[in-house]
Design a protein. Sequence first.
Length: 382
Amino acid sequence: MSTTDTTTPQTPEPEGPTPRPVRLIHNEATTEIPVHLLFRDEPSPRPVPLGPAVVGSRAGTGEQPRLRGTGEQPRFRRPAPARERPLAEVDPDLVERPARVLPGAAGVAAGACGAVGCVAASWWAGVLPPVVVEALRLPGYAGAGLGPAQWAAYAGAGALGLFGFGGLARGQTGRAWTLGLFGRYRGTVRRTGLLWVNPLLLRRRVDVRLRHWRSEPMPAADGNGVALRVVALVVWRVRDTARATLGVEDHETYLRECVEAAIARIPVETPGSGRGSVEAAGEALTRRVARDAGAIGLEVFSVQPVRVEYAPEVAAAMNRRRIAALDAQHRATVLTSVVDSVEDTVTRLTMRGLVELDDYERKALVKDLTVAFCAGRGEQSP
């Protein structure tokens, strides 16, 4: 009996790497969508080609391109928030820098030269009084009269004297000047002693000493939203005179507004809550005010609440509540005392055999004794 070979012929394997099958989702209602597009939140392992198959991209709008025929919706990038630049980068002029000044001796010398020049011009013109000529021991001179040359000498000597004596200033410790010319910041003078400053520059005096300010009662709230009134003590000084004088209209008013805003935002603990909570609130207030006031060149060292009290309306409501609680406690104490007295009286009368009472008579006696004791307590209360 012969056997038939049923072995099927084997197909020769193709040379090279075997291609991986593409995983697709396909039905009658949808087009072919690659599986990886279902997980669009995950980062793509390879960049999206920007060939002719990519449509719908818009330059400058932040919209990502989508693939043609895949059903993928365009994705939008969230724009990055703009980085806030400090005031020094926005306006480089609003940064304190030393001004160019000269020692006071230079101004005195210039003023003296101007005065001497005026006397010489008067002697040259022959209008100098003889008494002055004799006092100064000047040689006799008939004089050429007041001509253009003499007037020019007067003008030059007078201008030199005015500039010399007009620019003299006295610098004090803890005080500074900000100088400006035609609305432009020219520098800050922090030197002390006799100085010469250009008299054409506008001077604004600034107090750079360590200062403290005690605020008026400001509205605040605790962690539960209860209205409070807080008095804060602020210790501060001017660190950058250019920003403090030119960056804001009034830096003291700005500091007051910053303190009020910080107290309104940061919860302050109620009175009697403990020293630790008050110190924590003070540290939070100091950080907030120092950050807000630093933009205009103010350095805040401490913002501490020195007095915390309830708002008037809250204080009145709490006072009424406290009085009601005390009255209820007093009534409960009086009632307990009366009941104890009645019980003690009835018990003693019964145990000693002074009276024999049934239930009705006992109730009547308890009622009469209660009324009598309550009346006696009421007379003793005032």
